[in-house]
Design a protein around this ligand. Structure first.
Ligand SMILES: Cc1cc2nc3c(=O)[nH]c(=O)nc-3n(C[C@H](O)[C@H](O)[C@H](O)COP(=O)(O)O)c2cc1C
Length: 194
């Protein structure tokens, strides 16, 4: 039985929008942003929140289980803190181990084709640090996310417009709550970039 969301009447969506939220943080207990965002969507009826930490043992995932989770959902969210202009190690390990030849790519690897990939991340740096004129980084988030965009293209997933929270370190509780609400509403409908 589906339970309507208190914030969005459309968030309980049809079966075709079953959403897997892959939460990738090295220590969720110490997280402010990632933990708050995961909590904000955890009670949505069509959403499965899947923490990678407990599923990662001795550097390995149960690949068959992870791939079944992907098969069982139509929209996949990668939710992670932005580390060194990239994804945290646990998400990189998951990508390396789970998106295998014959499953995600290759002549018979079509399990993810047509599904949607939604990136949800947070940066310590402010939005200005991710403008092309910034003397330190010089690159926009769109440019920095290019490897994930290329990954999505290779495995036939449609990349949704990423949801990025900037300035994580100094973000007020009020602004974090507003962002969490936006995220919750986003999982009710996703705008695609293509
Ligand atoms: C190892 C590490 C690397 C980081 N690299 C970046 C970075 O490249 N750019 C940036 O803006 N913030 C960076 N940060 C800041 C994190 O993105 C920020 O602390 C995180 O989004 C907060 O989320 P959390 O509360 O869930 O941990 C880094 C933080 C750590 C611990």
């Amino acid at each position: 039985m589906r339970h309507p969301s208190p914030l969005s009447a459309t968030s309980a969506g049809p079966p075709s929008s079953r959403t897997l939220v892959v939460v990738a943080h090295p220590d969720l207990a110490s997280s402010r942003i990632t933990a708050r965002l995961a909590e904000a969507v955890s009670d949505l009826a069509h959403v499965t929140v899947h923490e990678l930490g407990p599923a990662y043992r001795d550097g390995l995932f149960d690949v068959a289980r992870e791939q079944q989770l992907l098969r069982d959902h139509d929209r996949i969210v990668w939710q992670f803190p932005w580390y060194w202009y990239s994804v945290p190690t646990v998400l990189k390990a998951w990508i390396d181990q789970v998106l295998t030849y014959g499953f995600a790519y290759g002549s018979s690897g079509s399990a993810l084709r047509g599904k949607t990939l939604q990136l949800v991340t947070s940066t310590g740096g402010p939005e200005e640090s991710y403008a092309s004129v910034d003397p330190t980084s010089r690159f926009t988030m769109t440019q920095l996310l290019a490897p994930l965009d290329a990954t999505a293209r290779l495995i036939g997933m449609r990349l949704a417009e990423p949801l990025v929270l900037h300035g994580a370190r100094t973000m007020s509780d009020e602004n974090l709550a507003m962002h969490a609400k936006r995220y919750r509403e986003l999982l009710g409908s996703t705008r695609r970039t293509d």
